[in-house]
Structures are given as C-alpha cells and as structure tokens.
Design a protein around this ligand. Structure first.
Ligand code: F6P
Length: 326
C-alpha cells in the first residue's frame, strides 16, 4: 500500500526539445492509465504548471505521436519557476488539479528545478532524461542523443562529398552544450579526421598535428568536428586560416537541425522503457530520482547525483577516435 495517494500524475517536458520526448509522453500516459492512475498533461513545462495550462489525457491523446520529433506538450525554460513565488503557484495548481506526483522529462535544468520543488513541498517527482547532449550522470544514454548522432552523421557524410571534390578542410560545429559526446561519437561514425571536445584540451594540439602531418602533406580533404563547447568551429577555422592561408577552409554550423526529426528506433524504445519505468518507480514510492539506463538495465538515480556529477567520457572511445584518424 502506497504511503501517499497516487490517483493522478502530471507530466511535462522542459528545457530543449529532443526526439523521442513524444514516445516518453506516450509511455508515461499509457503506463499510468494501465495502472488506473489519471494523467494530466501540463503544457509549456513548469510555466504551464504555474499558469495552469493543463488537460487530462486518455490513451487516444497519445496515439500517432511515437514517430514525431519535438514534444506535443511544448517546452520552455521557465524563469518564474526559479523563484519561490513561482514554485508556490505551481504547487497550488497541483493541489487544485488533484495532481499527486509529477513526471518531468528534460535535462539538467529540469531536474535542478524538480529537486528544489520536491524538497520544498514534499512532492513525489520522477525524471526522465530527454536531451540530445547525453550529458547526464547515471545513464548511458539520454532520449534524443541517438537520433541527433545519426542526423549529424548523415550531414557530415554529405559535407564530405564537397570536402573531397574541392580538397577542402571543413570545420563542422555540433551541439552538446558543455559536453563532447555528440562531437566525439559523430567523428568516429563519420570517419572525421579529428574531434575537438571540451573534455580534452589536448584535442586542439592534435588539430595542429593533423594539419601538419595529414592535410598539409597530401592536400586532401579533411573534416574536423568541433563541439560547440570546445571553442567553436568559426574560431578554430580562423586560427588555422591565419596560420595556413593557402588552405581552402569552410565552416559548417549544423545548429538546430540536429535537434529535430523523427526519433530513431533506439530512442523510441529507450523512451518507452523509461516512461513505463517512471510510473513503476512512483508506484514503488520512489521520489526525486531520474530514470537511467546502464548496461541495458533500467536504474534509478537520485536527482542529487544526476545533477551534481559530470558524466565521464570514456578514455577508450577517445583512443579509438585518435587511432582511426591517422
Ligand atoms: O541542450 C540541448 C541544446 O540543443 C544544446 O546542445 C545547445 O547548446 C542548446 O540546447 C541550444 O539551446 P537553444 O535552443 O535555446 O538555442
């Protein structure tokens, strides 16, 4: 028997959208209804909880969304939820709507807000990691990362056609905020000559080596993937151009096209598993935890850990990238 009533949950998406969020909303909704729990969809993230943009969902409300990118619930980064007054309003909404617990789908900022809110008002909250950056401690993968990675690889494959035909050096900037997971793994998958990532300062020195030993000698094409948090492609290209004005250099910043599109099968399955696990965790009286996946097993990670610790980049993966780029 549950220590608290679990008759109705609220679900929201917050922070940057990520492909697979809809699959997670669908799984949360259906798993809750399967367990006789009502579902209230909260629109525009925490803002919708404050301003009461809420609609009850039944199973049909989440039909035909599993293959769509973005989030049907809309999303936002909410300044008001950072204030005590904002959180009080959000709690008042939960009480008046009869919402007993929340499932929040998002990233670091989403869980930081959730942790504070849960502590202040003793609200059960479970998080689902949805971000293309894959930068959350405690989970091997976040929803949206695999799709974004595949999108980047598809783009770089296309850029390579021009790079090869014109014998150019391309700097391709990818997203990831302060993390280099998208950059490193897309570099491996697309066979790029180098990856500049924030986690390894040495990757910049390796770029000089690439220019001197590879591009300069044979004057062939090269693709360097630059994480947005690793210095930026424009700056890298500017520096190399100043040193080697004879090279034909181009910059391509992939931008938000990395965040859109139909989710991959991997992300749909991950989102479905995590959505069901979130409801099971609430039924199991878990609170203030993020659902993660480690070695293909679902795990519960306390918000405190998911937020506090940095996810480590695997040395062996960095090694693979370096060995293969000679
Ligand atoms: O966190 C996801 C992400 O796409 C980051 O990779 C990027 O730095 C940021 O969001 C961009 O945010 P916005 O869409 O607000 O420009």
């Amino acid at each position: 028997m549950s220590k608290y009533a679990l008759n109705c949950i609220g679900v929201l998406t917050s922070g940057g959208d990520a492909p697979g969020m809809n699959a997670a909303i669908r799984a949360v909704t259906r798993a809750a209804i399967y367990n006789n729990i009502r579902v209230k969809a909260i629109f525009r993230g925490y803002q919708g909880l404050i301003s009461r943009e809420i609609q009850e969902f039944n199973t049909q409300d989440v039909s035909n969304i599993i293959h769509h990118g973005g989030t049907i619930l809309k999303t936002a980064r909410c300044e008001e939820f950072r204030t005590a007054e904002g959180r009080q309003k959000a709690y008042d909404t939960m009480v008046s709507e009869g919402i007993d617990a929340l499932v929040v789908i998002g990233g670091d900022g989403t869980f930081t807000g959730a942790r504070i809110f849960a502590q202040e008002f003793n609200v059960p909250i479970v998080g689902i990691p949805g971000t293309i950056d894959n930068d959350l401690y405690g989970t091997d993968s976040t929803i949206g990362y695999d799709t974004a990675l595949n999108t980047i690889v598809e783009c770089v494959d296309k850029i390579r056609d021009t790079a090869t035909s014109h014998e150019r050096l391309f700097f391709v900037e990818v997203m990831g905020r302060g993390a280099g997971f998208l950059a490193l793994n897309s570099a491996i998958a697309a066979g790029a000559e180098a990856a500049i990532i924030p986690e390894r300062e040495t990757s910049v020195a390796q770029l000089d080596e690439l220019i001197l030993n590879g591009f300069r000698k044979s004057k062939n094409s090269s693709i360097v993937i630059v994480a947005e948090g690793g210095g930026g492609a424009q700056a890298m290209a500017g520096r190399i151009h100043a040193q080697y004005p004879e090279y034909d250099i181009r910059v391509s910043i992939l931008g938000h096209l990395q965040r859109g599109g139909s989710p991959s099968a991997f992300d749909r399955i991950l989102a479905s598993r995590m959505g069901v696990a979130a409801i099971e965790a609430l039924l199991d009286e878990q609170r203030s935890i993020m659902i993660g996946i480690v070695n293909d097993e679902i795990v519960n990670v306390p918000f405190t850990k998911a937020i506090k610790y940095d996810k480590q980049m695997s040395d062996s993966v960095i090694n693979v990238s370096q060995i293969l780029s000679i």
